[in-house]
Design a protein around this ligand. Structure first.
Ligand code: SF4
Ligand code: ZN
Length: 420
């Protein structure tokens, strides 16, 4: 017999009313930030015999032992077991952590995988809220929502920095990479349906992601396979099937079916969305994009910045400045939020010529995508080592220096038509 847990044992309130609550720096006791220190969030399927149901373990310092206002590491592993559990469901459960943790009064969560960010407010801390309560919330929420597949659940939360580094690099990242590789064989043409995702409507009420095999959700955490699993787990839930029987323009990636779906799921706020253009009816962005690309008029190209990048881009804007132009579920032609893995996709702004428009990326991001991006450039255009032609912050932070660099390298964007 499965019992729904209605009362979560934590010293603050837990309700969807707190989901959109933002904790400002001045109101914060401590924060955890995956973009600066090692963090991770992970669901791990185990054998039932390995799990003690409702056991919550904290390995490392509690909030009391952390310096006021400090930035800390956190990694939580939610171990689950159940006879109907499938590894395909792990990322789906993981993505819900964002909602669960946000429902805690005085606690704020953004991001996912190894890039999450959490703030605990001074008020929540004073009310007695501690790390172990995150475990209570994850335990109760997972048991409640996924009772069809999760019979037993145990939560281990690491705050010890060395342990967080180990969990992130030795456990979580290999699992994330494996998930991403499963998708490599799928193309948009090879599947019969796409999926919508509206998980982010709590923050951006008109935002709809259209998730395809070659274009994952902009958060980077919802692939087409994940959306499919979400739909299997909860047929009336956030991910719905979008047919693709009535294409309008294959190059733009526009479909009557997609338009109808975004109209419906945005409650009429959006009419047309293309899958492959950043200029014509681009997909909207909520707030949790891993990256933003924006047009760079002097080179006919685009600049991409990732969330972790704290410096300046040749657009004269930082990542937060680009984000302020892009988020909130509105369409902003010329700017678009997207996942990191979309950068090496053959569908990345295909309507405008594809990845050969990419002229600048932070060095770290460039290194992260290099293997995949170079492979795509070779396949699409016969270019070797394409990333060597792309600028970064060590080469240029302004358009003049960038264009001089691109000219010297013979970057293909310079020969393309202007985008506007
Ligand atoms: Fe879903 Fe998109 Fe939000 Fe990711 S960013 S959770 S795909 S709505
Ligand atoms: Zn979002």
């Amino acid at each position: 017999i499965k019992i729904k847990i209605t009362n979560i044992d934590i010293p603050v309130a837990f309700a969807s009313a707190f989901e959109g609550e933002i904790i400002r720096r001045k109101d914060m006791q401590v924060e955890f930030d995956g973009s600066r220190v090692d963090c991770a969030e992970l669901v791990h399927t185990c054998d039932a015999s390995e799990i003690e149901d409702h056991k919550i373990t904290v390995i490392g310092p509690e909030v009391d032992e952390m310096e006021f206002g400090s930035k800390n590491s956190i990694a939580y592993v939610v171990k689950v077991a159940g006879k109907n559990m499938q590894a395909d469901f792990e990322p789906v459960i993981e993505r819900k952590f964002h909602n669960y943790i946000n429902c805690i009064e005085g606690v704020y969560h953004t991001g996912q995988r190894d890039m999450q960010r959490i703030r605990i407010s001074i008020d929540a801390f004073n009310a007695g809220f501690r790390i172990k309560h995150i475990g209570e919330v994850l335990y109760a929420s997972v048991k409640n929502e996924f009772d069809a597949v999760v019979d037993k659940c145990e939560v281990v939360i690491y705050t010890d920095p060395a342990e967080c580094t180990r969990i992130r690099h030795e456990v979580a990242i290999p699992i994330f990479d494996k998930r991403d590789e499963r998708l490599d064989t799928l193309t948009d043409e090879s599947v019969d349906v796409y999926y919508s995702c509206i998980l982010c409507q709590a923050f951006a009420p008109s935002h709809v992601c259209v998730v395809t095999p070659e274009r994952l959700g902009l958060c980077g955490a919802v692939s087409w396979l994940d959306a499919k699993a979400t739909h299997q787990l909860d047929p009336a839930g956030p991910c719905q099937i979008i047919t693709k029987e009535r294409p309008i323009d294959e190059n733009l990636g526009s479909y009557e079916d997609v338009d109808e779906a975004v109209q419906k799921f945005s409650q009429g706020a959006l009419e047309h969305v293309t899958l492959y253009s950043i200029m014509q009816d681009p997909m909207t962005s909520c707030g949790c994009f891993e990256c933003i690309c924006g047009i760079e008029p002097f080179s006919n190209g685009v600049v991409i910045a990732n969330r972790e990048y704290a410096g300046m881009t040749p657009l004269g804007m930082t990542f937060p400045e680009m984000a302020s132009m892009t988020g909130g579920g509105v369409q902003t032609p010329g700017f678009m939020g997207h996942g990191k893995h979309f950068i090496s996709s053959k569908k990345f702004m295909k309507a405008e010529g594809g990845i050969e428009r990419i002229v600048w990326m932070p060095k770290e991001l460039k290194e992260f995508v290099a293997d995949r991006l170079n492979k795509t450039a070779k396949e699409l255009y016969g270019i070797d080592n394409f990333t060597d032609m792309i600028g970064d912050e060590t080469i240029a932070e302004d358009p003049e220096t960038l264009v001089a660099f691109l000219t010297e390298k013979g970057h293909p964007a310079l020969g393309l038509d202007p985008m506007m």
